[in-house]
Design a protein around this ligand. Structure first.
Ligand code: ZN
Length: 117
């Protein structure tokens, strides 16, 4: 099983990795993998300029939250069958991620800098 650092790494990989679903949602919404091509051409943007990756028409706030639920639930279910302790950690990490997304989305909507669409 994992060591202390392994647990932290696993939680971080799950908590950050869940955002890769954004690329699939944007591709689904537009029929064009533009955001993937953009990041392959500008990998620095993934780390320092995430706001530049997606256009608002490609990825709405509700799209992101729905895709997190659609991906996260099955990932936790499969992990539960294989390694329940890892599943619990993945569930906790995903829960924190989605709550953080919701807090940011609420702030954006209230500040008038973002819409739910
Ligand atoms: Zn997210």
């Amino acid at each position: 099983m994992l060591t202390g650092l392994g647990w932290v790494t696993f939680a971080a990989v799950v908590g950050v990795g869940i955002d890769f679903d954004h690329f699939l949602v944007a591709w689904y919404n537009t029929g064009d993998p533009r955001a993937i091509r953009y990041c392959l051409r500008n990998p620095k943007a993934v780390f320092v300029d995430q706001e530049s990756i997606f256009y608002e028409c490609e990825l709405g706030k509700l799209d992101r939250l729905l895709s997190h639920m659609l991906v996260g639930g099955p990932v936790v279910a499969v992990l539960w069958a294989l390694a329940p302790t890892l599943a619990a950690l993945a569930a906790a990490s995903l829960y924190v991620h989605v709550v953080a997304d919701l807090v940011q989305d609420i702030r954006d909507v209230r500040a008038g800098t973002g819409s739910l669409g």
